[in-house]
Design a protein around this ligand. Structure first.
Ligand SMILES: NC(=O)c1ccc[n+]([C@@H]2O[C@H](COP(=O)([O-])OP(=O)(O)OC[C@H]3O[C@@H](n4cnc5c(N)ncnc54)[C@H](OP(=O)(O)O)[C@@H]3O)[C@@H](O)[C@H]2O)c1
Length: 242
């Protein structure tokens, strides 16, 4: 019996990277995990890794930027579970580029996924989270706290997501819902590897945070007694020189 036995968790971006590691960690604590992302095969691969250590995972492919698909996801979660105890928002888009040169269309795309998509999914799932006295975990970014060159568009969406997260916490705490905003530095995931390749830099994942590092800290917060709420969490690679 794990600390989350009998609980229902929903993890977006569960097909790879941080979301996959968090889904595995929640499952290993006994939660039934619903895996969300656009690519069914990636979600099924995550479900397979959970098969021996957790209750069977539920694979529900859906695109954060599609209102229809998010509505269908909400209906399916209502039908299958009737409540949500843990919601981890880990899906999103990234793009680099200077304010001078980055296409504004890219900004729109980042906003659609990272801000509007997450905002609407939270809205849709709040009734189920209220029933489950749930924990909402928003995987934000270190650049959701302070910006730097060439990440202005992404950083702006993450600052907006932080604003939504903070407002939400103040609105739902009285319903027994806790809200955590996580701000990681660089994590060794497929996304990070692709970014290093694109920039022509050698990729050394062993020098970065590991997805399991984040999963471990998220689970430790989620299983805290109800008397405690962690609101914001910054975590970065121990090695600064890489
Ligand atoms: N890696 C880092 O260094 C780092 C640092 C700080 C913050 N973060 C944040 O952590 C989160 C996860 O990043 P990661 O590095 O683990 O990236 P990743 O390996 O690329 O995982 C992101 C996942 O999100 C899914 N996804 C993307 N767009 C989606 C959409 N519109 N609807 C549904 N699912 C979608 C992707 O699967 P499909 O393509 O199949 O949909 C993918 O499995 C991101 O929000 C990122 O901003 C990452």
């Amino acid at each position: 019996m794990g600390a989350l036995s009998g609980q229902f968790a929903v993890v977006t971006g569960a097909g790879s990277g941080i979301g996959k590691a968090i889904a595995q960690a929640l499952g290993s604590q006994g939660a039934t995990v619903c895996l969300v992302g656009r690519t069914r095969q990636k979600l099924e691969a995550t479900a397979t890794t959970l098969a021996h250590s957790a209750p069977p995972a539920v694979v529900l492919p859906a695109d954060l930027v599609s209102d229809e698909q998010m509505d269908a996801l909400q209906e399916e979660l209502q039908r299958r579970f009737g409540q949500v105890n843990v919601l981890v928002l880990c899906a999103g888009e990234i793009a680099h580029g200077s304010v001078e040169s980055a296409p504004v269309e890219t900004f729109d795309k980042l906003y659609q996924a990272n801000v509007r998509g997450n905002f609407r999914l939270i809205q849709l799932l709040l009734p189920l989270l209220k029933k489950g006295r749930g924990h909402i975990v928003v995987i934000n970014s270190s650049v959701g706290l302070s910006s730097r060159p060439n990440v202005g568009q992404f950083s702006a969406t993450q600052h907006a997501l932080k604003a939504v997260t903070d407002a939400l916490r103040a609105e739902v705490n009285d319903h027994g819902i806790r809200v955590l905003s996580v701000h990681p530095g660089r994590v060794a995931t497929p996304r990070m590897e692709a970014m290093y390749k694109k920039d022509g830099k050698e990729y050394k994942p062993e020098f970065l945070l590991q997805p399991e590092d984040l999963a471990s800290v998220v689970v430790s917060v989620v299983i805290l007694p109800r008397t405690a709420e962690v609101t914001d969490l910054s975590i970065r690679p121990a090695l600064k020189s890489y």
